[in-house]
Design a protein around this ligand. Structure first.
Ligand code: SME
Length: 161
């Protein structure tokens, strides 16, 4: 399996996520290594959906540590409860931020980031093991339809942890 994933941007959002889900399932099929799988999933998300930045942070002690990602270089460590990612971890729930400047304590890894969606990735015990962070350079770029589509991707990630 190699090459660039591309999904027609003019398709309805729900359909794009459905195609993405199929491609992500195919990408991880037959491979057990988590880092390899997460790396390819981040590439599929970036090139399939044309996000500005997409990556995972791994829970490690009282911090999140940067994992496989696609996009500009990012902050490597985030404390629990800090920024959107740290809040997602603490609350164990997805967060959509339409304007990062209005989110108290937002961590600006890139000044180009304007909106974001962050979802918890849970282990078998239901604890947050990773957070999936997706950033846009446009305001209000994510809605509940994105959340629904991305929850399907998160389910795939949870199945390969
Ligand atoms: N914006 C995030 C930090 C991670 S970077 O954007 C990649 C936050 O506030 O949690």
């Amino acid at each position: 399996m190699s090459g660039l994933i591309s999904i027609n941007p003019s398709l309805p959002t729900a359909e794009r996520y459905l195609l993405l889900e199929e491609q992500v399932k195919a990408l991880v099929y037959g491979e057990e290594d988590l880092i390899a799988n997460l790396s390819n999933i981040m590439s599929a998300l970036k090139y399939g959906m044309n996000y500005f930045w997409v990556g995972v942070y791994k829970v490690a002690g009282d911090q999140l540590i940067l994992g496989p990602f696609q996009g500009p270089v990012a902050c490597t460590r985030i404390l629990k409860g800090r920024g959107v990612c740290g809040n997602c971890w603490e609350r164990n729930q997805a967060i959509i931020v339409g304007d990062v400047d209005k989110f108290p304590g937002h961590i600006a890894c890139s000044s180009d980031t304007k909106s974001e969606i962050v979802l918890p990735v849970r282990n078998k015990e239901g604890e947050v093991a990773f957070v999936l962070d997706i950033d846009s350079n446009s305001l209000n770029d994510f809605n509940t339809e994105d959340q629904k589509g991305l929850e399907k991707i998160v389910t795939i990630i949870e199945s390969i942890l």
